[in-house]
Design a protein around this ligand. Structure first.
Ligand code: NAD
Length: 505
């Protein structure tokens, strides 16, 4: 490895769970090891929180919501703290990038951008919206009128996945806090370190105690306890479809609000009239960023037949020239898979692809960077295949792309929409009319035209169909972390009222 492990990781993890503004060990002082997927070494031990720890965290968040200053502050005051948090995240961006790189294997080149640029930008964006939470006024019948108040929901249970640890927590924490809620965050068991560091930074920024609580832990138990807890008002979940469905079912018992951001099998369409170099660039980054462990990974590449062979060959040459390497090396663009299960899942889907007759163009095997005989590295893998194959229908969540030919616009749309998922899509063409009509026809939450995976805090993001419901980012997310209260006002009609009586219906 080119660098030492993040030195602060040990100190951060030894702090334990963050509950009610204090660091505390898990029940029975249980810990587990978080492992670096690049070489299999233990980074540090982390507190293994249980249902009892979740209960303590929810009670702290409940107290902070019911009695504490956070929901009662003006939006301007909340904004000041969120802006300070953004500055602190920027100050410690390098450490935050290294924590996520060590924990999940995403190259430092990318965690620096995610954690050092996007995360503070999101805090600043929602700081700007914190003071804009407002209701409406309505004329009504007679002397009465009504207005609405926009109020925070209460305690939010934020459950996040392993693949973009800090940023996907930020897309929940920043708007939820801006709206005045309190939070219990349960990060992925395999990538808990940046969440603990963020708790420390938000406290330093001035977040009152109990407003953000972080419970790390193994297995499903802490997440299940959070979803079942009657003290939680909403679950904001990002993760797999299976777990998302379990959460929706479980939430019925306590009638919680739920938003679920789930998996994808996004189609990236390249027409023969596209600028091919750019389109292939986007196709390459669209699937191999994060070793394909990205919900919007462009894992189905639909290519118009006249340029099909050219696109496949160029993409394959590029894949063969970009072998995975040490994620802490700033020049690396593909790191290891995040953990053993991911590695096994990818390997098994490659076997499935071969069994169902897809043509393996390149990759399809593990890789060991020079000088290393460990780590969950997998070569960028390209299949020629059909849309009805399992490798084109099921989320692999790895560096595996299936390239599928098409002839007409209608066929491209049918193929792109021909999965249960509906997270993202893209189209590459020089024909602007065609581009807009394809974008309109996509049954997906996002469509990129002549680009891929562009983000901005002000543009909403989320899925349709089996990719979930609810949105992240954008101004409308403030509505999913707040609710309206309607207030009716009438003039008091006393015995001497000049208007002569009660006019209400
Ligand atoms: P996962 O569903 O296995 O785990 C997500 C989180 O849920 C973790 O914190 C986990 O501990 C917790 N959890 C597990 N079982 C639970 C239960 N029964 N009740 C409550 N919580 C439980 O997902 P993962 O493997 O960490 O992440 C990969 C998945 O996330 C992929 O499917 C990917 O597409 C999806 N994802 C979606 C988006 C999006 O915005 N749509 C973004 C990133 C990742």
């Amino acid at each position: 490895m080119t660098d030492v492990l993040p030195l602060r990781a040990t100190a951060i993890a030894q702090d334990g769970l963050f509950i009610g503004g204090r660091w505390t060990g898990a029940t029975h002082d249980r810990v587990y090891a978080t492992v670096n997927p690049a070489d299999g070494t233990v980074i540090t031990d982390v507190a293994d929180g249980s249902a009892a720890d979740i209960d303590a965290a929810v009670r702290a968040a409940r107290r902070a919501f019911d009695e504490g200053p956070w929901p009662r502050m003006s939006g301007h005051e909340r904004a000041r703290i969120l802006l300070a948090a953004a500055d602190l995240i920027e100050r410690d961006a390098e450490e935050l990038a290294r924590l996520d790189t060590a924990d999940m294997g995403k190259p430092l080149a990318f965690t620096r951008i995610e954690n050092g640029f996007f995360a503070p930008a999101i805090y600043r964006y929602y700081a700007g919206l914190a003071s804009q939470m407002s209701g409406t006024t309505h004329d009504s019948v007679g002397s009465a009128f009504a207005y609405t108040l926009r109020e925070p929901i209460g305690v939010i249970g934020a459950i996040t996945p392993f693949n973009v640890p800090l940023l996907l927590a930020t897309t929940k924490l920043a708007p939820a806090l801006a709206a005045g809620n309190t939070i219990v965050h349960k990060p992925s068991e395999t990538t808990p370190l940046s969440a603990l560091k963020i708790a420390r930074l938000l406290a330093e920024a001035g977040l009152p105690e109990g407003v953000l609580n972080v419970v790390t832990g193994t297995g499903a138990a802490p997440g299940i306890a959070l979803v079942a807890h009657p003290g939680v008002d909403k679950i904001a979940f990002t993760g797999s479809n299976l777990v998302g469905q379990e959460i929706i079912r479980a939430s019925a018992d306590t009638l919680k609000k739920v938003s679920v951001e789930l998996g994808g099998k996004s189609a990236n369409i390249i027409f023969a009239d596209a600028y091919l170099d750019e389109a292939i660039d986007h196709a390459f980054n669209g699937i191999f960023y994060g070793s394909g462990q990205v919900c919007v990974a462009g894992s189905r590449l639909l290519v118009q037949r006249p340029v099909y062979d050219q696109v496949v060959e160029t993409l394959a040459r590029r894949a063969e020239a970009t072998l995975p390497g040490d994620p802490l090396d700033p020049g690396t663009v593909i790191g290891p898979l995040a953990h053993q299960l991911q590695f096994e899942k990818v390997s098994s889907y490659v076997r499935i692809g071969l069994d169902e007759g897809a043509e393996l163009v390149t990759g399809g095997q593990p890789h060991h960077p020079q000088g290393s005989d460990s780590g969950w590295y997998y070569r960028p893998t390209i299949f020629k295949g059909r849309n009805d194959m399992r490798i084109a229908q099921e989320e692999i969540f790895g560096p595996v792309i299936t390239v599928i030919p098409f002839d007409t616009d209608e066929e491209a749309v049918a193929l792109a929409n021909g999965t249960k998922f509906g997270l993202a899509s893209a189209v590459h063409t020089r024909d602007i009319k065609r581009a807009h009509s394809i974008a309109a026809a996509m049954r997906a939450g996002t469509c990129w035209i002549n680009t891929y995976a562009q983000w901005d805090p002000g543009i909403s993001f989320g899925g349709r169909k089996a990719s979930g419901y609810g949105r992240e980012l954008g101004p409308e997310v403030m509505h999913s972390y707040s609710e309206t209260k309607s207030v009716w006002v009438d003039l008091p009609v006393g015995p001497d009222a000049a208007l002569g009586g009660d006019l209400s219906l």
